[in-house]
Design a protein around this ligand. Structure first.
Ligand code: NAI
Length: 358
């Protein structure tokens, strides 16, 4: 596959390939946008079946990060790194990630990275031996911030559907009680909601039952629970034609990435009058915690930015209604417009930018 003609190329500014002979590292970094602030995005390790598959993944994910950034109100560009997993190279995992750290360091602070699929905090620590431009080793807790952002998104959806964001007495079905889902269960329980949940992990279920009075559901039926809100916090691709047809509530808001198997399915949700909080806005809290780590702003400022997720969703819901779009389409439309405005500002000669700003 050629990079320039790849489906998700979308004017990427930089795509860099790296090979380290000593460790066998084969990696790619895609930087969708590089505005005045650096670009951010996790590093993913996967057993890609081909280079084409890795290229398609890195482009799609880095573009998605630009969308996530602008909708979280941060002017960081979107980026992503992928490592093509290779059994030989993984025999010395620490050396592999040190080599990756050296690669990241070559961007001299224009690219910050951290944990994504297939990586552990130890891998990021190994990268940190060779670069300062990693996140997730400080005091910030991205999953906790993601849970809080998801609850803000649930409230925005509930406000849209029922006219009030009071969660007391509502039923919330949480799919996946991991780092994010457990936090959501705790917070909505504290807000007076009844929590139903499913997970493949019996320990997580026992904990949630004991502490948050969670009603346990079978893994393959949680989306169809008698609940006002469905909150996917496990894996992507949980909303297809069948599952959408079986939803009982009026709101979908959760942390999982790429919840819709096809963005066109937003229409199926709209047709059933279900308010869908686009995933990359609802789960933006983790990104905000990473930005807090980079910039060192206060917890009060983090609270303010997390609350803004609700205002962003209100804007998306209004835009969808006034333009006859699905909420997923409205979110993409607003994100693309914000990216275009940032591009324009960055490309403008400094004198003109100053004139325009004044
Ligand atoms: P996690 O790995 O800690 O938790 C996932 C949970 O889902 C686990 O308890 C697992 O047993 C359970 N699970 C797996 N398959 C399941 C199924 N079919 N049905 C029900 N439960 C199932 O992951 P984490 O960090 O809580 O993230 C959850 C989702 O949110 C993931 O899709 C992740 O990509 C996304 N996300 C997470 C962020 C974060 O800050 N951790 C930020 C943005 C998105």
């Amino acid at each position: 596959m050629s990079v320039f003609s790849a489906p998700d190329f979308d004017h990427h500014e930089r795509v860099t390939f790296h090979h380290d002979q000593a460790t066998g590292l084969r990696a790619m970094v895609a930087i969708h946008r590089d505005w005045t602030l650096p670009s951010v995005g996790g590093t993913r390790l996967r057993a890609y079946t081909s280079e084409d598959e890795a290229i398609a993944d890195v482009l799609k994910l880095s573009r998605g990060m630009s969308y996530k950034c602008v909708m979280a109100g941060v002017e960081y560009g979107g980026a992503k790194a992928v490592i093509m997993a290779d059994d030989d190279a993984l025999r010395d995992r620490e050396a592999l990630f040190e080599a990756m750290g050296a690669f990241v360091d070559r961007f001299r602070g224009r690219f910050y990275t951290g944990v994504d699929f297939g990586l552990s905090v130890d891998d990021v620590r190994a990268m940190h031996h060779r670069t300062d431009y990693v996140c997730g080793l400080g005091h910030s807790d991205p999953a906790a911030a993601t849970s809080r952002g998801v609850v803000t998104a649930i409230r925005a959806g509930v406000r849209r559907a029922f006219g009030s964001d009071d969660l007391s007495g509502l039923r919330v079905a949480v799919q996946g009680l991991g780092k994010v889902g457990m936090g959501v269960a705790r917070l909505v329980h504290a807000a007076g909601a009844r929590v139903l949940a499913a997970d493949t992990n019996a320990e997580a279920l026992a904990h949630a039952r004991e502490h948050y009075g969670v009603e346990v559901m079978p893994v393959d039926r949680i989306h169809a629970a008698e609940a006002d809100v469905f909150c996917p916090c496990a894996v992507g691709g949980v909303l297809d034609e069948t599952t959408i047809g079986e939803l009982k509530g009026r709101v979908v808001a959760g942390a999982a990435n790429n919840q819709l198997t096809d963005v066109a399915l937003g229409s199926a949700l709209k047709a059933r009058d279900i308010v869908y909080a686009p995933d990359y806005i609802a789960n933006g809290g983790g990104l905000l915690a990473v930005v807090q780590e980079i910039e060192g702003f206060s917890d009060t400022e983090l609270d303010r930015r997390l609350a803004h997720i609700g205002e962003t969703l209100d804007e998306v819901f209004r835009d969808a209604e006034s333009h006859g779009l699905t909420t997923a389409e409205a979110a993409d439309r607003i994100a693309a417009a914000r990216i275009a405005a940032l591009d324009e500002r960055t490309e403008m000669p400094a004198s003109e930018a100053t004139r325009k700003a004044s």
